[in-house]
Structures are given as C-alpha cells and as structure tokens.
Design a protein around this ligand. Sequence first.
Ligand SMILES: [Zn+2]
Ligand SMILES: [Zn+2]
Length: 188
Amino acid sequence: MPKGWSFILDLPRRQDFEATTEKSWDATLPDGLTFEGQHFSLPQGLSVNACARWVEDSLLSVKISLASHIVGECARCLSRSELAISDDLMYLYFSRGLDFEDTELGSDDGFMPVEVDFLGRTLSIAEQVWESLIVLLPARLLCREDCAGLCPNCGFDLNKVTCSCASVARDQRLNVLSEFLIPEGGKE
Ligand SMILES: [Zn+2]
Ligand SMILES: [Zn+2]
C-alpha cells in the first residue's frame, strides 16, 4: 500500500438497518504501481466511492466502487498501452467473534469477508481499496486483443512489419504438415 493511503468512512448509526453512509475520494498515485512485474501509471488518479450499510448488529456491508485509467507497456510488443478499469466490489466487515458462516450473507460468494477487531463509528477501508485496485489490474496489459507482438528471433514489431524469420519458420512448419496430410502420390 502506498504511503499516506487513507480512506476513512463514517458508518451509519448502529441498529439502523435502513440508513447508508457514502463517501467519495480522488486518490493519486504519483509513482504508479508495480504488479506481477508490470509497471502501471495512473495519470488521472483513482476515483473511489464507498457506501456502507449495517446488515446485522456486528455485520456491515460496504460497496467499494473504483474507476481509473491505467497506462503501461503492452505485454507483447512493449508499446504504450492504456486501459480503463472500473468495478464495484462488495465487502462484509464483521467483528471478531461473530460466527460469519451463520449469518444471512455468510454463504454468498459475491461478498468478500473482512474480520476486524471492532466496528465503531468510522472504518478504515484503505486495505480493501488497495486490494480492489490490484484485483482490477489486467494480468497482461495488451495494446489490443490481437497484438502480434515482437518477433522472438529478430525483435521487429510484427504489428508494423513482416520479418523474414516468421515466413521461414512458417514455411518449415507447412512443409512438415503437408508431409503428414498428403500421402505419397496424393489422394486422387
Ligand atoms: Zn502490443
Ligand atoms: Zn523476425
């Protein structure tokens, strides 16, 4: 988590199961972030919205919504690539000691449970905002779905040029294939 990463949400009054509290933040990540060997920058920062509601006495649901625009290198051709990310993630905070599996939402897979020491009037959701951002990052950022990448042999960008190594390799594969597919003398 970056230094100074802070998200504190006021909670609704206890026992009031209708009330919700909501807050929005515009976070910045001047250094970007590195995940699974990929570096991303977030030039427009990160928009965060959180909405909390009591489900039971010691059980609080929080919807965390994130939106951002990430910039990084295409995993195949290394060119500058961009991706808009946004999603809502549902968390359930519960006090230590509550038998979470026994609760109404305990078995719902859509919620991610978070055990906390104490649920008071405010709640820090910084760790879950960070976790949500990490979850939304692409496993491999691509400039486009069908990016042809770099030739592993000569390093040329195959989106822009066709190098001769590719065609030599392909011809060799085709020759091998044709020996399999067409028996001596052909079919007819
Ligand atoms: Zn690419
Ligand atoms: Zn090549």
